[in-house]
Design a protein around this ligand. Structure first.
Ligand code: 5AD
Ligand code: SF4
Length: 470
């Protein structure tokens, strides 16, 4: 039975996890153990890692940046593309020698990859130096699982084939002091034919509107200035709650929170982007003028085979509707090159769509065969060199479009939220425009967390440079 009651983790279960958390902390009274988390994949995984860090710090572990120093090494994995999986196997293999030198070391692996039974089998059989394996559905049980691991000679592996639960009130250690991520829903119902996510993350489950608002209110009081609402398809947020909640209502409900200056969200499936939502984006002053709207391919034949449930014409109309309501909106998208059966003609349609829409940025991916998805069974897989050639052509076209769009900002004044010192140039501060463009400028570090105006002097494809307006 799939009712809300058995989706929410009970208060008793959370109290139990808190007890395990205390028990692990008691084993480590000096709080001198060190941990490192290596995160792969999307922002939802980053947000999960922040929760894992929060739990570890509550259990007396301190973060370190060096693997050799760590008493606990955790890989939070992604399985959307094969590359990310191969990297994890590579890392795990290289840890064997370290584990031999340091037997007390705990090696743990979590995340989407661990929701696949065959992967867990490989890890438990071939990587015997791994101590703990758990999937995304068991995240909230980490204190209990770590306690079991610390008290057992044998590896602990838990895979859950249920849809997973929603756990509220977990400790969290956020990576950033100015902007925060909030996962508003878990799972996906869309079953795009290439994508593994619905199989590993389960069906859509939304957090209660009041829980999200409370979290955002606390973030505002803690000094966070920007919130990004996360979900595989935020446009269908709340529909499973059947209490009238929806994404437009959520945006409107967050509008008056004290301290929060900017609200962002991702990802939006084009088939579910309603006029009601466009209006809410337009009317909510804190909602930033940026929309990530994955198209995936430009040919109607491929879109249909991908089970995306829109045509290129419908996508064009949607972009027109958004731009007519919010003219300054910046648009970004995801595109896959080399989907099975993609012909040169299909690909030419993708290039044509990119030229017509003129996205601010395009995230391009080589199609990756994911076992268990319908597309993986197809016989007409595209050779790697063809996928790569198309990938290159797409990048080249988009680079010139992105550069031209950014050039139009030269000499203009933009409002940016200062995030801190630039990672690429320590003499510069960095921040983002409401349209999500990175702007570097010379300024004092105490501007971090403030909204400032900057006049754009130099523009590039990736980032902009400007002068602070005093
Ligand atoms: N191969 C390549 N890219 C993929 N994505 C999802 N599944 C695959 C796959 N099998 C891309 C889609 C999605 C983004 C998060 O990852 O473009 O929007
Ligand atoms: Fe994957 Fe499609 Fe769901 Fe996005 S909407 S997570 S691409 S199945």
């Amino acid at each position: 039975m799939d009712t809300r009651e058995n989706i929410l983790v009970t208060e008793d279960e959370m109290i139990k996890q808190d007890a395990f958390l205390q028990m692990v902390a008691e084993k480590n009274p000096d709080a001198n153990k060190k941990y490192i988390i290596n995160t792969f994949g999307c922002q939802m995984n980053e947000n999960d890692s922040e929760k894992l860090s929060g739990m570890l710090e509550a259990m007396g572990y301190m973060r370190t940046q060096t693997i050799e120093e760590a008493d606990l090494i955790l890989y939070n994995t992604c399985c959307v593309r094969e590359n990310a999986e191969l990297k994890v196997y590579g890392h795990l293999g290289s840890l064997k020698a370290l584990k031999n030198r340091k037997p007390g070391l705990i090696i743990a692996v979590s995340g989407c990859m661990m929701q696949q039974k065959d992967v867990v089998d490989v890890i438990t059989k071939k990587y015997r130096h791994v101590d703990l394996v758990f999937g995304t559905h068991n995240l909230y049980k980490f204190p209990e699982l770590l306690y079991m691991t610390l008290n057992s000679e044998k590896p602990v592996a838990v895979v859950s084939d249920s849809d997973g639960y929603i756990a509220e009130g977990m400790p969290i250690k956020r990576d950033h002091g100015v902007k925060a991520w909030t996962t508003i829903m878990y799972g996906c119902n869309n079953f795009c034919s290439y994508c593994i996510v619905p199989y590993v993350r389960g069906r859509e489950r939304s957090r209660k509107l009041s829980d999200i608002i409370n979290e955002a209110r606390v973030l505002g009081h803690q000094g966070y200035k920007e919130i990004t609402l996360l979900g595989q398809n935020v446009n269908s947020y709340g529909l499973d709650l059947k209490d009238g909640s929806n994404f437009a209502l959520l945006l409107r409900s967050l509008e008056d929170l004290e301290g929060i200056e900017r609200i962002r969200f991702m990802t939006s499936h084009p088939k579910d982007l309603t006029d009601e939502l466009i209006l809410a984006m337009k009317e909510c002053k804190k909602v930033c003028e940026h929309l990530h709207l994955p198209i995936q391919a430009g040919s109607n034949r491929i879109l249909s085979e991908m089970n995306r449930r829109y045509t290129r014409e419908q996508y064009f109309q949607l972009v027109d509707r958004i731009r007519s309501q919010i003219p300054e909106i910046s648009l970004t998208t995801d595109i896959i090159t080399g989907y099975p059966g993609e012909t040169e003609e299909d690909f030419a349609q993708t290039l044509d769509l990119i030229e017509k829409v003129r996205f601010d940025y395009v995230y391009t991916f080589l199609y990756s065969k994911r076992t268990g998805t319908p597309a993986a069974k197809r016989q007409d897989q595209i050779p790697e060199d063809v996928k790569k050639k198309r990938f290159g052509a797409l990048l080249e076209l988009q680079d010139s479009i992105g550069r031209q769009i950014n050039e139009e900002l030269a000499g203009k004044s933009v409002e940016i939220l200062v995030e801190g010192i630039s990672k690429n140039s320590f003499s510069m501060m960095t921040g983002r425009t409401r349209t999500n463009k990175i702007v570097n400028f010379k300024g004092k570090t105490d501007l971090t967390g403030q909204l400032v105006n900057v006049i754009i002097d130099n523009t590039g494809t990736w980032s902009l440079e400007g002068t602070l307006v005093h």
